[in-house]
Design a protein around this ligand. Structure first.
Ligand code: PGA
Length: 257
């Protein structure tokens, strides 16, 4: 039985002091919920210190970075390389979040290069895909998602299955201006993404963890989590306070997959 994945991306939030306090609180909380595998994705500047705190407690809480350059080193001012993140001992590399795509022009091709580099360095790429409101309105969500997924996974072999995760995050559902997705819609899309993965990899495509994110909160978390092809939840602002995150854990109860 796989553990249900539960994690949060802090985006550009929390000072280091706030991040350390949050991590300390979360490390204590997660001991009560062994049915989940937890991860946090803080800003780069916090990673060393938080990793030290996790290691000191031998915590199972996994640590991720919000982005990564695909080259090991070079003339790329402002970028962070796989070697630098490996030195810290980061587990997960989040790639292609809609805010990276929207504000920093990240393309599907760039996400693919970064995903392959992340795998090469032994990280778990957490590849985010999601359609825009306009795609949904035109009825082309599935086409857009299949394109994003297929390009992101180009030259990613079946041997990497289990090592990469996919997060479906509809752009129109993300953030304060987002509208939570209906569970039936999430079910339809996750079932579709599973078929795309099985077409691509054969039966082993069934083992790719598929997370859902976008305005996940205490009221809707369980409706999403119980869907057959939802293997985890990727939460933003509803998990940025340890007590609120714990309330979601309580609401989820026991999720067996
Ligand atoms: P949200 O963010 O939960 O605040 O909508 C989700 C995300 O961007 O991953």
């Amino acid at each position: 039985m796989k553990k249900f994945l539960l994690g949060t991306n802090w985006k550009m939030n929390k000072t280091l002091a706030e991040g350390l306090a949050y991590s300390a609180a979360l490390m204590t909380i997660i001991g009560k919920y062994p049915q989940f595998e937890f991860f946090i994705i803080p800003p780069y500047t916090h990673l060393w210190k938080i990793k030290e705190a996790l290691a000191a407690q031998k915590s199972p809480l996994k640590l991720g970075a919000q982005n990564m350059h695909e080259q090991d080193s070079g003339q790329f001012t402002g970028e962070i390389s796989p070697l630098m993140l490996a030195e810290i001992g980061v587990d997960i590399i989040e790639l292609g979040h809609s805010e990276r795509r929207q504000y920093f022009n990240e393309s599907d091709e760039a996400v693919n290069r970064k995903a392959r580099a992340a795998l090469k360095h032994g990280f778990t790429p957490l590849i985010c895909i999601g359609e825009q409101q306009a795609d949904k309105d035109y009825g082309v969500s599935k086409e857009m998602l299949a394109k994003q997924l297929k390009i992101a996974l180009t030259d990613v072999p079946a041997a990497a299955i289990g090592q990469f995760w996919i997060a479906y995050e509809p752009v129109w559902a993300i953030g304060v201006a987002g509208t939570p997705a209906a569970a039936a819609y999430v079910e339809e899309i996750h079932d579709f993404l599973r078929r795309v993965l099985i077409d691509r990899y054969g039966p082993s495509g069934a083992a790719v963890p598929l997370l859902f994110g976008g305005s996940v909160n205490i009221d809707n978390a369980r409706d999403y989590a119980r869907l057959a092809n939802v293997d985890g939840l990727f939460i933003g602002r509803s998990a940025w306070e340890p007590e609120l995150f714990e309330a979601i854990m309580v609401a989820l109860g026991t999720i067996t997959k």
